[in-house]
Write a protein that binds this ligand. Structure first.
Ligand code: OOG
Ligand code: NI
Length: 269
């Protein structure tokens, strides 16, 4: 099978993301004004369920068509998630893709039943039209269903509302010309009035683990539910600074303890 161009995939994901993440658009403009005409993304992230045509394994196969391969795996016991990250085989500047999936069988019978309804819709849709990114292969959920899910899993509620789309893009701080490190990025964002995720500290990770990360809290946007609009957290913007390993190469993986806190950037206000 011939490899499809990943730039078109990222353009579609970026436009979809910007439309519901006004902070990302504003911050992107601020960085550009400081002299960075192109901003390189370190990675993006997708969320999914561990069952059906859109589980992590099937998303992985979809990403292979764009030249990506699996490169690391991560477990999140408390949040009941499993994740892998994917790297492009030849384009070193291509963003990595972090894909996590919700371990449905570890949740209540009620949550499982509700989510399996969404998955059945997704299976039908994907059988007809194939898997596509970004997409929400099921209809609008009700606000009541969303709030029931929130009680058990912020992740499940977010996924039910938004589906398969980039829940964040991540600026590569190493490649920013206008900012010297992640500490400077955070100071800049705070002066400009953006809300940062402080779970586990403003900066997650350190030089020892070869990765420092920070993120905004997801924007709050009026979202169309089945039954009407209601404001909820959409997507966030992340910043990552990578450090060299003992062999001198920049670390390219993720750090589960830090990722665990980054997930909370979409937690309810
Ligand atoms: C992914 C959180 C993990 C990272 O950089 O560690 C992550 C998510 O919120 O879906 O992106
Ligand atoms: Ni991330």
């Amino acid at each position: 099978m011939s490899t499809q161009n990943h730039n078109a995939l990222f353009d579609a994901l970026w436009n979809d993301y910007l439309a519901i993440t006004p902070d990302a658009k504003a911050i992107h403009e601020e960085f550009k004004a400081l002299g960075d005409d192109t901003i390189i993304n370190d990675h993006i992230a997708l969320r999914t369920f561990n069952e059906g045509a859109m589980n992590l394994e099937n998303i992985g196969k979809h990403l292979e068509q764009f030249g990506y391969e699996a490169a690391g795996e991560y477990h999140f016991e408390e949040k009941k998630l499993y994740a892998k990250h994917f790297q492009h085989k030849t384009d070193e500047d291509a963003p990595k893709i972090f894909v996590s999936e919700l371990l449905l069988e570890e949740f209540s019978a009620e949550l499982q039943m509700f989510c399996r309804g969404l998955i059945a819709e997704a299976n039908w849709n994907i059988r007809q039209n194939g898997l596509s990114l970004p997409s929400r292969p099921w209809g609008k959920v009700t606000r009541e269903a969303y709030e029931r899910l929130l009680e058990e899993s912020e992740y499940a509620a977010w996924l039910a509302a938004f589906g398969l789309r980039a829940n964040h893009f991540t600026v590569s701080v190493n490649k920013l010309k206008g900012m010297k490190n992640i500490e400077a990025v955070n100071e800049f964002l705070k002066v400009k009035g953006f809300e940062l995720n402080t779970s586990g500290g403003e900066i997650k990770g350190n030089e020892e683990v070869c990765l420092k990360q920070s993120s905004t809290m997801a924007n709050i946007v009026d979202w169309e539910f089945n039954g009407g609009k209601h404001p909820i957290r959409t997507c966030f913007y992340e910043f990552a600074e990578r450090f060299p390993m003992e062999n001198g190469e920049l670390y390219q993986g993720f750090v589960a303890a830090s990722a665990d806190k980054i997930f909370e950037s979409t937690n309810a206000a």
